[in-house]
Design a protein around this ligand. Sequence first.
Ligand SMILES: [Zn+2]
Length: 235
Amino acid sequence: MHSELEQLLILQDRQQKIRQIQTEIRTLPLERTHLESQLASSAAALDALKQKARQLEVARKNLELDVGTRSESIARLKTQQYQTRKNDEFQAIGHEIERYENEIRKLEDEELELMIEADKLKSETEGAEKSTRAIKETISRQLTDLEAKSKALDSQQQELEKERQALAAEIDPDSLDQFERLFNSKGDAAVVAVEHGVCTGCHMKVTTATASRVKAGKEIVSCENCGRILYLGAL
Ligand SMILES: [Zn+2]
C-alpha cells in the first residue's frame, strides 16, 4: 500500500477514536443529571411520606383537643346537674351530656382510624428510608464512577490528540488538507476501501480505471462519485 495512504489510515483511526470519545464526553452531563434526578425523586417521595405523617399527627392532636373540650363541658354539666333541683332541667342537662358523650365516641373512633393510618405510614416511611439510603449509596457510587470515567476519557483524548498531531506532522500538507476536509464533511470516514469494485463510502461502483489505479497503489486516488480517498480492500 502507498505509505501515505497507510499514514492517513492511522490518522483516520485516531481521529475516529477522538470523535467517539468526544461523543461519550458529551453524554456525561446527561448521565449525571439523570442520576441526580433519580436521587432527588427518591428523596422527594420520602419527604412526602414524612409530610403526610406530620399532617396525620396534627389532625390526631386536633381530635384530642376536641375530645378534651367536650370532656370539660361534660364535667361542667355534671356539676350543674348535681346542683339543680328541677327535674326537667336535670333531664335536659342529661341529654346534653349524652350528646357530648356520643360526640366523644365518634371523635375517638376517628382518632383510632388516624392512629392505624399513622402506623401504616410509619412502616411505609421506614421502607422508603431504607430504599432511599440504598439508592443514595448506589447513585453516589455511580456518580464517582462517572467522574472517573470523565477523567479517563479526558486523558485518552489528550493522548490521542498528541498522537494525531505527531502523525499529521509527517503527512504532506496537501494530502492532509484534503483528508481533513473530507473527514469533517463526510462525518464518518475520509479514507475508505474499494471492495469488489465498489466504494464502501458511497456504495457506488468505481470506474475500471480508478479501480486499477487503486490496485497499483502508486498514488492517492479519490472516488469519482463521493471524493473519498480509496484504498484496496477485498478484490
Ligand atoms: Zn465513493
